[in-house]
Design a protein around this ligand. Structure first.
Ligand code: FAD
Length: 376
């Protein structure tokens, strides 16, 4: 493959940045990646992944590692708070007939798998490093780094997440992340035999769910409406989470609640969202992942669309046309799909906050899942 971008810099080593690095190396392009965190850590509990994400893993070459260390199951059971199952959401097998259509894994495990693949692909990774200046002309981008070094690149990819400094420095008019009125609680617990796959219990305004993240572990999530984005002290985590779970008399949920104690690793996160209008690039600097489309987790597709951005961008850059054409085609191929995920996920949150129409909620979930099944 020939490319007019022979040397690329990626700023940010999250799921989107690592995926871009792996895919660009596959095209024979020289890739530098800078990550601000010296420990390259990934926080949080488990992450849920749909069939489209598993399909993207196959493309990245990390599906086997995921299958060995994560969990893949079929369908999502939807229940009412008492535990009665009211629907089963089918999860198409998009990664191949042998791979179930739904998955889960611990975030740090997925980050480790992708980091190993990034290094194995020959990416020059610098940790504890970021940019201090980006200046471009018609032929390239000059970047100064926080360690005092400089580099010139054909293309710079901003993959530094929701609070992106690349976005802030190049797109001053970009919208800011918006608090959506919900927070999510998560915890990791031993997986009892009755949790064969992903399950959700939909209450009036609060929703909870379980998803296996390995053979013997699962993660619990609870989505709660909270008008203001106020600080919640860690000392309140256990009692608040148990209080929310008390609204779900389902025996399995009560068994889960009883397992939570002061030793449980509970995480709380207010939900934020951002959809940056086009353009997603300026000259030779382009944004991917949460920098341009941070979705709430209602469709468990945030990581998916960021990784897909990376695959599509590398494909376009690898075609050998001009950088301008590659970036225009990348944006054209990605906009509608990412908009759909962010806006549909946002609508699901609004329905939950209002205690609104459960039929509309189910319909949006099914339609979004089916749209995500389309090829990228
Ligand atoms: C509560 C919650 C639950 C979620 N659950 C799911 C789920 O179940 N399934 C799913 O698919 N998605 C989920 N998501 C969304 C998903 O986590 C994100 O969409 C995904 O992590 C985005 O990846 P990213 O690489 O684009 O950005 P990030 O993960 O934010 O990565 C950005 C990287 O850039 C680094 N960085 C930041 N600033 C700089 C800088 N100035 N210079 C260099 N490096 C920098 C950061 O350290 C980080 O490594 C959830 C999100 C939230 C908030």
């Amino acid at each position: 493959m020939t490319s007019t971008a022979d040397k690329v810099l990626i700023i940010g080593g999250g799921f989107s940045g690592m995926a871009a690095a792996i895919e660009l190396r596959r095209q024979g392009i020289k890739v530098d990646l800078v990550e601000i965190d010296p420990g390259w850590r990934s926080y949080g509990a488990g992450i849920s992944l749909g069939g489209a994400t598993l399909r993207a893993f196959r493309r990245l070459g990390v599906l086997d590692a995921f299958m060995a260390r994560g969990a893949a199951t079929d369908n999502v059971d939807i229940c009412i708070p008492t535990g009665v199952k009211v629907a089963t959401l089918p999860t198409p097998r998009l990664a191949g007939p042998d791979v179930p259509g739904n998955g889960g894994i611990m975030r740090p495990v997925l980050a480790e798998i992708l980091a190993e693949a990034t290094r194995a692909a020959g990416v020059a990774v610098r940790l504890g490093c970021t940019f201090t200046r980006i200046e471009q002309d018609a032929h390239g981008v000059d970047v100064t780094f926080s360690d005092g070094s400089n580099g010139r690149y054909d293309l710079v990819i901003g993959a530094d997440g929701l609070y992106s400094k690349v976005r802030e420095s190049l797109f001053q008019d970009a919208p800011k992340p918006r608090y959506t009125g919900q927070g999510v609680w998560r915890a990791v617990l031993p997986r009892p035999p009755e949790v064969g796959g992903a399950m959700m219990w939909v209450g009036d305004k609060v929703k909870t769910g379980l998803n296996p993240v390995s053979h013997d572990e699962m993660y619990l999530f609870v989505t709660e409406d909270r008008k203001e984005n106020t600080y919640v002290a860690p000392s309140e985590f256990l009692a608040t989470l148990k209080g929310l779970l008390a609204r779900f008399p389902a025996p399995l949920m009560q068994q889960v609640a009883a397992q939570l104690d002061s030793g449980s690793q509970i995480v709380y996160r207010p939900l934020e969202s951002l959809l940056m209008p086009r353009p997603w690039y300026q000259g030779r600097v382009v944004l991917v992942g949460d920098t341009v489309h941070a979705t709430t987790p209602h469709m468990a597709a945030g990581a998916c669309i960021g990784i897909e951005d990376a695959i599509v961008l590398a494909e376009e850059v690898g075609k050998g046309g001009s950088v301008a054409d590659a970036l225009a085609h990348y944006q054209e191929r990605r906009w509608e799909r990412c908009r759909m995920v962010v806006e549909n996920s946002g609508r699901l949150g609004e329905i939950e906050i209002a205690g609104g129409d459960k039929e509309e909620h189910g319909k949006i979930m099914r339609e979004t899942m089916m749209s995500l099944a389309a090829p990228i």
